[in-house]
Ligand binder design. Structure first.
Ligand SMILES: Nc1ncnc2c1ncn2[C@@H]1O[C@H](COP(=O)(O)OP(=O)(O)OP(=O)(O)O)[C@@H](O)[C@H]1O
Length: 261
């Protein structure tokens, strides 16, 4: 059960998600240490930092794939710290890989249709009459179009290029109508052509939702992000615009230091 509204007194402005003093200890090791994070509604917020900084652990804490050792997380003013990840997804915080097990032997449109069925709470009703399933077809095609895959709607997902597969994953995530999307390294392993395409897609889908992304490609971060939080050794090292954080001496040092470790 979801608890009653409980505003976080620390947050200011239109903050959709905030974390206070978020900490995760593994045996003998603090991966995330007292992190405070405020994500503004409607923004694209990037979480960056050198390898091992704690970015993925933070994502896992915010989506409750991991339980924090201490600290609190509020979403839309509600304390979600103790909710299981399925409830958090239902509230509208969805991580890109969470539901994006793309079925390679199904077409692009079929993949999106299944994601739409999931949103409605149906199981994979493969045995259902084709007529019933096709209720979702129009919406699936609209979603496929939204991510620029119209001409591939009948292509098997397994035959798509890497970048287009990523676009399909985004479409299946969007089918859940998340208010906030967490993207874990959306550009990982992509050729420049796909980076350009997926960047444009992220900008489009950010129009009416909030995006938090972990991304190593700093030119993408510079291009897309309204605000950036830099983590190093599990702590927030700097926060601000790309210009602000990239000039921060501690940030430069953390990246250079990490490249020598
Ligand atoms: N389950 C775990 N048990 C023990 N240590 C862990 C565990 N998960 C992560 N860590 C450690 O916590 C630290 C932060 O890891 P994390 O994966 O969050 O960093 P990251 O910033 O996402 O790094 P990268 O950019 O390399 O993905 C690392 O030193 C990692 O080894």
């Amino acid at each position: 059960m979801i608890e009653a509204f409980e505003p976080n007194p620390d947050t200011k402005g239109d903050i959709i998600l905030s974390a206070r003093d978020l900490t995760k200890r593994f045996a003998g090791f603090v991966a995330v240490n007292g992190v405070n994070l405020d994500i503004e509604r409607g923004s694209i917020h990037a979480l960056i930092g050198p390898n091992g900084a704690g970015k993925t652990t933070c994502f896992n804490l915010l989506t409750k794939f991991l339980q924090p050792s201490s600290g609190t997380i509020h979403f839309n003013g509600r304390n979600i710290t103790d909710l299981p990840s399925a409830d958090i997804a239902r509230l509208g915080v969805v991580r890109s890989f969470q539901i994006s097990a793309v079925f390679p032997r199904m077409s692009v449109a079929e993949n999106v249709r299944i994601a739409l069925q999931r949103r409605r709470g149906d199981s994979f009703d493969f045995w259902r009459a084709q007529r019933v399933l096709s209720d979702f077809d129009d919406e699936a095609l609209r979603r496929v179009d939204e991510v620029g895959l119209s001409e591939f709607s009948h292509v098997m997902a397994g035959d798509l290029s890497y970048g287009r597969k990523r676009a399909l994953e985004i479409a299946t995530t969007l089918a859940l109508e998340p208010e906030m999307m967490l993207l874990d390294e959306p550009m990982a392993g992509m050729a420049q052509e796909d980076v350009t395409r997926i960047s444009a897609l992220i900008r489009t889908i950010s129009a009416n939702r909030t995006i938090l992304m972990v991304e190593h490609n700093l030119s993408v971060v510079a291009d897309l992000s309204d605000r950036i939080t830099v983590l190093a050794r599990g702590e927030v090292l700097a926060e601000g615009s790309y210009d602000e954080v990239s000039k921060h001496p501690g940030v430069v040092e953390a990246y250079i230091g990490a490249s020598h470790e």
